[in-house]
Design a protein around this ligand. Structure first.
Ligand SMILES: Nc1ncnc2c1ncn2[C@@H]1O[C@H](COP(=O)(O)OP(=O)(O)OP(=O)(O)O)[C@@H](O)[C@H]1O
Ligand SMILES: [Mg+2]
Length: 248
């Protein structure tokens, strides 16, 4: 796998009421093409900030993010974001929500419809095209959000704790689904979470961040065969190792 993204010495602070808050303290790592990489770290350490910088929604103070060698200066169609709270349009149906990005891009109606239906099927929502978000469960809403991001065919999917609003069982099921969808679409996924088990279950590699100001503690390779067994010794050992790493 070749390097798709290069994250180089990212520093970022925010001006709060009286003081300057250093959030990211020189973060560097590469993201390989087609990999599932997780950014893991304690709450408030700066994971969302880092993801927003990669998305081009936030500007770093120092450092740069290169996408195929070109510096990221703002949002682009090569990257799509999936948020924790789904951010669906309540007045649009499942199909309407998935079609949205294609309408903005002025994709011809017939082509857009075919695409939307294909991605609704991919995320397992066939038969719910005409449902409204309030008629869906949390897991189903997250599937809609995923289809809406995927339908625009970005190279990179940026996901910020997309499953954290779900109950534990639905969350596990959605992790399995996400790995399947990643396998089928061959997208590069950058997945932010503070949940160690989630990262170990899904990711090829885990960028482990420290407490704020966040530094990269380690880039952990998860050499476990998929589908992964959450109760295997190797799985539990890796969880423990990462837990200790973050605890310091
Ligand atoms: N726009 C902003 N202005 C001021 N401070 C901010 C801003 N955005 C984030 N911060 C601060 O930066 C720090 C990191 O925030 P961030 O949301 O990136 O953390 P996180 O790791 O995603 O946390 P969580 O796991 O709770 O989602 C926090 O202390 C937050 O208060
Ligand atoms: Mg966050």
């Amino acid at each position: 796998m070749s390097e798709l993204l290069q994250i180089r010495n990212i520093r970022k602070s925010f001006d709060t009421h009286e003081k300057r808050l250093l959030v990211l303290d020189g973060i560097s790592f590469d993201v390989r093409e087609g990999e599932f990489i997780s950014i893991l770290g304690p709450s408030g350490c700066g994971k969302s900030t880092l993801l927003r910088i990669i998305a081009g929604l936030e500007k770093q103070d120092e450092g740069e993010v290169l996408l195929r060698g070109k510096r990221i200066k703002g949002p682009g169609q090569d990257r799509a974001m999936v948020f924790q709270d789904y951010a669906l349009f309540p007045w649009r149906t499942v199909l309407g929500n998935v079609l949205f990005g294609l309408e903005i891009r002025k994709i011809p109606k017939k082509e857009a419809l075919e695409k939307a239906i294909r991605f609704i099927k991919l995320v397992g929502l066939e038969g719910f095209e005409k449902s409204y978000p309030h008629e869906l469960s949390g897991g189903m809403r997250q599937r809609v959000a995923l289809a809406r991001a995927l339908v625009c065919e970005p190279e990179i999917l940026l996901m910020d704790e997309p499953l954290s609003a779900l109950d534990a069982q639905t969350r596990n099921l959605m992790q399995v689904e996400l790995v399947r969808i990643w396998n089928e679409t061959k997208k590069t996924i950058i997945y932010v979470t503070h949940n160690i088990e989630e990262a170990v279950y899904m990711a090829d590699r885990i960028a482990v961040l420290s407490r704020r100001p966040a530094k990269l503690l380690d880039l952990v390779e998860v050499n476990l065969e998929r589908p992964r067994d959450r109760f295997s010794k190797e799985f539990i050992d890796l969880r423990a190792r990462i837990f200790r790493l973050i605890q310091g």
